[in-house]
Design a protein around this ligand. Structure first.
Ligand code: IVH
Length: 673
């Protein structure tokens, strides 16, 4: 290797080491030593160097956490040993029964247990080869899971590579398997779900479903944007537990750089177990993620082996499940809420009830189908549950002699409760909607969406300000924001010269934000952040987007008929076109960088493999995509061309096997040029 390349390799390795160290400090132990800005700088240096030396890019480089290319599906992978579930207990008595069986079967009384939190996520197995993450596999049916490695690589608390000396110090062999729980912190879940709601996308019922949906995303760059966390709790070698004690396993995993939950305890009796359970029954409210119980495990591995397994669960471990945080109360009424998209949501008004430390007065009934499924009537006594969900929900109707049934059936109003316009239920859809574009309920949501962080970033324009602006008739649509004067603001409650000026400055600054933000801010149904970005890149201006037909819209990345029709419908309404014109007149960004896409390779699918001499992977991908082609990650019958560089591996074999055309980079250039 020439010495310049050697220098680069050294520099790259040293940057990676530094970045890994800071990732560990930030994501695993939560004690960062450098600022986010300095961290970004290191990352940028590494990215630049790797771009100059694409041959030196390895899958365990921290830059590879950004997510890979869309895949066609997930490959099924058998587990080294079954991924089991746990038997559940719900009372101290049941726990004591379990302990008795442990004593009987093992013939000993002096058994130590490790107590851990039962994290409410999904279990995931990570295989490391030579200290490097080789595979991440979901539990699946316990015997066979799905290979989600590309997605797992984006999870910051999963080490991609562990230095040999660190493993050695921790006493862990270079080839091993870790099992643990992947989860989404509650705050992130709430925020992302609210964003989805604003974008008119279906929301997830709880963080566990969101986690499962995220890790099974076909496009790993989506996963990369979602803050998942991973806690390790098992270490295997060739499918068998490696250390002689479980407590030792957890310490070793921690020493190797895995995130291991801090809230764990080695106890010497069931009394200790019960104290741990009681302690967390209340404290769990303050955790940043959801738990649904406590897991109790026999500490000594030899004893675990002796106790063995029943059908699908170990006899050496048990889960104690906390009762769902629930309460029983009476439905005093059902009102209807109107959201930004016009969706009408029935909400139960409850006699106040204390659930898990919070007074609950409202619970969602979701939609008419749910009301029918529950068979709920006004006056009914119901069980209300508060899970990881954003809003408490009605779980079931109570029907016994102490809880007489209600009689008044709920009827969905025919008119919007806010503006009085006739309500519409589209054939085949669950939801009822208000279709009045000027409905004030929609207006509030629309303005909050437009002004929110990540869109037009108008800090300070929250619910109370927007409510006043709408009340006083100062804002009837988002364009009116740009006509606000200091006098207008000073006429509102709690505004002084300085605070009014701050808001005006924020409004002024928002004008500099790029075109995709303005498109996103319009609140077109199904148009989220990513779609807005693709639209801005494809059309390069609001005007071109406005005039595009459904067919042209569908040519945009990830835009299908449903989104295309929603956009076309938005711009077919005169009031919306006028609104967009006013935003342009106010000085908002209406032009962007157009990324020209050709049509020469339209409909053609490429797979890149091996090292190309004149292109990095990203450059080759761009060349193909700019010519209208698509690049995917794996070879199938649908692949049109495999572009093979040096050291092409299994993908080349697969192409030959399937008879897919194999070309070199020159031919690729000719096709695209
Ligand atoms: S041990 C054979 N430890 O609970 C051992 N599981 O109901 C099984 N879980 O599938 C796993 N926190 O997804 C273990 N600290 C913990 C856990 C935990 C959550 C999940 C795991 C498992 C499920 C069983």
């Amino acid at each position: 290797m020439p010495s310049a390349a050697k220098d680069a390799e050294k520099k790259i390795e040293s940057l990676r080491e530094k970045i890994r160290h800071h990732e560990y400090l930030y994501y695993v132990v939560d004690q960062p030593e450098i600022s986010d800005g300095d961290f970004d700088k290191l990352m940028r240096q590494l990215k630049d160097l790797e771009a100059e030396h694409p041959a030196l890019v390895t899958p365990d480089s921290p830059t590879q956490r950004v997510g890979g290319k869309p895949r066609e599906g997930f490959v099924k992978v058998p587990h080294s040993s079954p991924m089991l579930s746990l038997d559940n207990t719900y009372s101290e008595e049941e726990l004591r029964d379990w302990e008795r069986r442990v004593h009987e079967l093992s013939g000993r009384q002096d058994v130590d247990y490790v107590c851990e939190l039962k994290l409410d996520g999904m279990s995931l197995a990570l295989t490391y080869e030579d200290g490097k993450l080789a595979r991440g596999v979901t539990r699946g049916d316990g015997s066979v899971g799905e290979d989600v490695t590309l997605n797992v690589r984006t999870v910051r608390s999963v080490p991609l590579s562990i230095p040999k000396d660190r493993l050695k110090k921790a006493g862990i062999p270079p080839d091993f398997e870790v099992r643990g729980e992947l989860l989404m912190p509650t705050a992130a879940f709430k925020k992302l779900n609210q964003e989805r709601e604003r974008e008119g996308l279906p929301t997830f019922a709880n963080p566990r479903n969101f986690t499962a949906g995220t890790v099974r995303q076909l496009d790993a760059s989506v996963t990369a944007q979602r803050p998942l966390d991973y806690f390790a709790y098992m270490l295997l070698e060739n499918g068998r537990t490696y250390f002689d004690h479980h407590a030792k396993t957890l310490d070793a995993l921690e020493a190797a750089g895995f995130k291991v939950n801090q809230h764990r305890k080695l106890v010497h009796s069931m009394g200790g177990v019960w104290a741990f359970i009681q302690q967390w029954a209340e404290k769990r409210e303050s955790l940043p993620y959801e738990i649904d119980g406590i897991v109790v495990k026999v500490d000594r591995t030899s004893l675990q082996d002796e106790l063995g397994y029943t059908g699908k669960a170990p006899r050496w471990a048990i889960a104690y499940k906390y009762a769902a945080r629930a309460g029983i109360t009476k439905i005093e009424g059902i009102r209807v809420q109107v959201g930004r998209t016009g969706k009408l949501t029935p909400v139960a008004e409850l006699a106040p009830v204390l659930i898990g430390g919070t007074t609950v007065r409202n619970a969602t009934l979701h939609n008419m189908d749910e009301i029918e499924r529950l068979g709920v009537k006004i006056g009914d006594w119901v069980q209300v549950e508060r899970g990881g969900d954003v809003i408490p929900k009605v779980a079931k109707v109570i029907d016994d002699k102490d809880h007489p049934r209600g009689h008044e059936a709920f009827v969905m109003p025919e008119k919007c409760p806010v503006c009085g316009t006739k309500v519409v239920r589209t054939e085949g859809e669950v939801d009822y909607r208000c279709v009045n574009a000027n409905c004030p309920a929609k207006l509030m949501g629309t303005i909050l969406h437009f002004a929110s962080r990540g869109i037009m970033n108008i800090d300070g324009m929250g619910e109370s300000l927007v409510a006043q602006l709408i009340d006083r008739g100062l804002v009837k649509n988002v364009a009116d924001i740009y006509d606000l004067t200091k006098k207008d603001l000073l006429s509102l409650d709690r505004f002084a010269d300085k605070s009014a000026q701050n808001i005006l400055d924020e409004i002024q600054n928002s004008k500099k934000l790029p075109l995709e933000r303005v498109i996103y801010g319009l609140g077109i149904r199904f148009v989220g952040e990513r779609t807005a970005q693709f639209l801005a890149e494809h059309f390069g201006s609001m005007e071109a987007l406005e005039n595009a037909g459904v067919e042209e819209l569908q040519a945009v990345n990830e835009v299908g008929p449903r989104i295309a029709e929603s956009i076309a419908e938005f711009f077919s309404i005169k009031a919306n076109r006028e609104l967009v014109k006013r935003l342009g007149d106010a000085g908002l960004t209406m032009r962007g960088q157009r990324k020209e896409r050709g049509t020469k390779l339209a409909g053609k699918t490429f797979v890149l493999t091996g090292t190309l001499a004149h292109f990095t992977r990203d450059e080759a991908k761009k060349l193909i995509e700019d010519a209208g082609g698509k690049v995917t990650g794996s070879v199938s019958k649908k692949t049109d061309y495999v572009v093979a560089g040096d050291d092409a591996g299994s993908k080349l074999d697969k192409a030959k096997e399937l008879g897919v055309a194999v070309i070199d980079e020159k031919e690729m250039e000719q096709l695209a040029g």
